[in-house]
Design a protein around this ligand. Structure first.
Ligand code: NAI
Ligand code: MG
Length: 357
């Protein structure tokens, strides 16, 4: 199969982990006889430094013409501590999602058995947890009108959804529920928020089209509690942009670490595949970032954008084998991990490549 992949490392550990993801693509291409070509582009802080824009026109053009995008992360401490900065790395991320119509963000939360002990949640609560989140990605408070009033002393954001935006993500979630355990949980705050009441109405209106899927509604606050209390009760979860952002960071603890969670952003055009974590300034440049979220993003890319299921499974099996071998990055190691099994980013990458080859 011939495919063109755009690699967009971005900032901080984004660059460190994406380099490993790309190596995995190269080995997969070789092993399975595919012809993948690559290009690179800038986004975020590195793009602002080079061009003044967090999403240069050239990057967007390359994204639109690629068959898939392997993405890292954006962010720099400079902006986190300066709320007045007008040009910001995350504007590049949001604009990319909007321009590419990436309205559905799939975040599979699956715990590798070997990491049962790495989580701060009890193993008996965790064992068997397997959740697929559908986070809406191009609406909500992230894209609503925001403003400062009263000489900066008052501020507002707007949580806004239109029916068609809810319909398209909810349908995707129902379709996925059909292929899994046929249970869908929709998360909102319909007891308080008008946009959530619209959300719930849409889910209720679509549900009869999927009579084989059991639907439940949870409020975001209760869902956050249940996710930790009994993660196994969830299978497919669909929710808005803000609630999905928060719930999936929480859910990363089910998988052991932020460094283990991959995501796929799909919609009207090119799919974008990225770890759910950010640029992690606290560990940037130290060579300790866990690259497995990027490696698992590659598996999603192969399966979802290219339909290469066996290749995706080979990647996941390689990760599983490395973990079974006892190898850990710092974030998933515990007191019992022998020092010689605690690996840096590149060493962990080498283990995965060795398993694949
Ligand atoms: P973060 O996700 O970058 O890091 C949160 C914590 O998890 C940190 O302690 C970090 O060291 C750890 N962590 C994250 N990924 C890891 C990995 N692969 N291996 C080991 N440990 C890992 O979130 P934070 O610290 O809130 O934000 C840092 C910057 O990233 C900010 O500028 C923020 O705006 C940006 N950000 C970007 C995102 C994106 O590009 N999609 C998403 C979230 C934040
Ligand atoms: Mg987040």
């Amino acid at each position: 199969m011939k495919k063109h992949i755009l690699v967009v490392p971005g900032d901080g550990i984004g660059a460190e982990v994406t380099a490993v993801g790309k190596q995995v693509l190269e080995v997969i291409a070789q092993k399975f006889g595919h012809e993948f070509t690559y290009d690179e582009a800038l986004i975020g802080h590195v793009a602002i430094e080079a061009t003044g824009s967090p999403l240069p026109e050239e990057t967007l053009t390359k994204m639109k013409s690629a068959d898939a995008v392997l993405f890292g992360a954006v962010g720099h401490p400079k902006y986190d501590n300066d709320p007045s900065a007008k040009v910001r790395p995350e504007q590049g991320l949001l604009q990319m999602r909007k321009e590419l119509g990436l309205y559905a963000n799939l975040r599979p939360i699956k715990l590798f058995d070997e990491l049962l002990e790495a989580s701060s949640i009890k193993p008996e609560i965790l064992r068997g947890a397997d959740i697929l989140f559908f986070r809406e990605l191009t609406g909500d408070v992230y894209f609503g009108k925001r403003e400062r009033l009263e000489e900066g002393n008052t501020a507002y954001d707007t949580m806004i959804y239109s029916k068609y935006e809810v319909e398209r993500i909810v349908r995707k979630a129902f379709e996925a529920a059909r292929t899994r355990s046929k249970r869908l949980c929709s998360v909102d705050k319909a007891n308080v928020l008008e946009s959530s009441r619209l959300w719930r109405e849409v889910v209720q209106a679509i549900a009869p089209e999927y009579p084989d899927v059991t639907v439940e509604h949870q409020f975001i606050d209760a869902a956050a509690m249940l996710l930790i209390k009994d993660p196994k009760r969830f299978d497919v979860v669909v929710t808005g942009n803000l609630f999905g952002d928060i719930l999936t960071d929480e859910a990363s603890q089910i998988a052991g670490s932020m460094g283990m969670l991959a995501s796929a952003s799909v919609g009207d055009s090119t799919g974008v595949y990225e770890p759910i974590h950010g640029s992690a300034h606290d560990i940037t440049g130290k060579g300790v970032a866990n690259p497995l979220a990027s490696v698992l993003s590659v598996a999603l890319l192969l399966e979802i954008s290219f339909g290469l299921k066996a290749e995706a499974e080979a990647v996941i099996s390689a990760v599983d084998a490395v973990l079974k071998g006892g190898y850990r990055t710092r974030d998933i190691a515990d007191a019992d991990t022998p020092a010689d099994k605690v690996l840096g980013t590149n060493q962990m990458g080498e283990q995965v490549l060795a398993q694949l080859a």
